[in-house]
Ligand binder design. Structure first.
Ligand code: BDR
Ligand code: CA
Length: 346
């Protein structure tokens, strides 16, 4: 493929706070945006996969599976099975990193996603298997192949993206936009008091990625915790005509039970699908300043915290940090109904 175009990246869109809802990611009519997804499937990852797989404006060039909610191999199996169920067995799935950069994999989050990542619901086993190319290699290759055009959506720990960065130091200039589900700027954490789970799973990878100079948007707990599916939404999925929608309704039961402990009623927040909606341009960010973000990589109580410098909020977030990361602080719309409508049509 024409690697010569690698450094002639199109002018970056202005994602400044003065225009926080800039529709950077919306594909034009008749065009499909190349997108590489890295995930740790995972119940809400499954919703994000369904969101993307059903979008004709998205050319899903590959999916990497990294350890996070479950081990990478389990997440890859879930991803293969889901894609087949969604009629997208054509999308290559790449095995990602099993261990975070600086320590062994901790075992995931069975209390949130089930030991199998799908809430104990067996997915129909697809005939497909993982590609022979690692997730990091596949991401680096896709960035060269779609130089200046590729969107990357990471909804798991950032290990694979950090490894791709090692393989391809030009990655931040080759990738058009990186959207990350991760972090918490003002909100409390969910893995610890201050750290969000994806970043907490591999803070060193997150630190490297967020300081690498990507045009990046962090879709963290400040916004994802406010977007929910309620029990009536799950019941609608269970009654849907399509088998994929019905299966998602069953898988969500485990997730709903986990969040019932937080909210006092069965429901779920929509972390990964919201990030997918931001990446596809369907979710407008009402407030998303571009600011410096530092990740705490120490072994202290702040490990995994995303320390976003939000001092600019006192005077309207002037765009003073061109090297910063766009941090989603506010979404005005209710994404649940939009997501449900798409899932019901699967
Ligand atoms: C994130 O952590 C995982 O459990 C979810 O899939 C999501 O990506 C939320 O903190
Ligand atoms: Ca995830």
């Amino acid at each position: 493929m024409p690697h010569a175009a690698a450094t002639s990246r199109p002018a970056a869109p202005d994602l400044a706070a003065s225009d926080p809802a800039a529709p950077d990611h919306v594909a034009g009519p008749g065009t499909a945006v190349p997108l590489f997804l890295d995930c740790d499937t995972g119940i809400d990852d499954a919703l994000a996969i369904a969101w993307l797989a059903a979008d004709p404006r998205v050319e899903l060039v590959g999916v990497g599976a990294v350890s996070g909610n479950v081990a990478a191999a389990t997440g890859a199996r879930n991803t293969l099975d889901l894609l087949a169920l969604l009629g997208r067995a054509d999308v290559p799935v790449h095995l990602g990193a099993h261990d975070p950069l600086d320590r062994p994999f901790s075992g995931g989050a069975p209390h949130v996603h089930g030991a199998d990542g799908t809430g104990g619901v067996a997915l129909p086993r697809a005939a497909t298997s993982v590609s022979g190319t690692s997730a990091a290699r596949a991401l680096a290759d896709a960035a060269r192949e779609h130089a200046g055009q590729l969107h990357v959506l990471a909804v798991g720990p950032l290990t694979d993206v950090a490894l791709a960065l090692e393989l391809e130091p030009e990655l931040p200039r080759l990738v058009r936009h990186l959207t990350v589900m991760g972090g918490a700027a003002l909100a409390p954490g969910n893995a610890t008091a201050v750290a969000e789970a994806n970043i907490h799973s591999d803070p060193l990878a997150a630190a490297r990625v967020l300081q690498a100079g990507f045009e990046a948007t962090l879709v963290g707990l400040d916004v994802t915790m406010h977007q929910r599916f309620e029990e009536e939404d799950r019941q609608a999925l269970l009654a849907a005509p399509g088998p994929a929608a019905r299966l998602l309704g069953r898988v969500l039961e485990h997730y709903f039970a986990f969040y019932a402990q937080r909210f006092g009623r069965p429901c779920s927040v929509l972390h990964d699908p919201l990030a997918a909606g931001v990446a596809t341009g369907d979710v407008a960010l009402a407030l998303a300043p571009r600011v410096p973000v530092v990740v705490d990589t120490t072994d202290g109580p702040g490990r995994g915290q995303t320390i976003a410098d939000l001092r600019g909020m006192y005077h309207g977030f002037p765009d003073r940090f061109p090297g910063g990361v766009r941090v989603a602080l506010q979404v005005d719309d209710d994404f649940g109904p939009v997501l449900l409508e798409r899932l019901l049509a699967l």
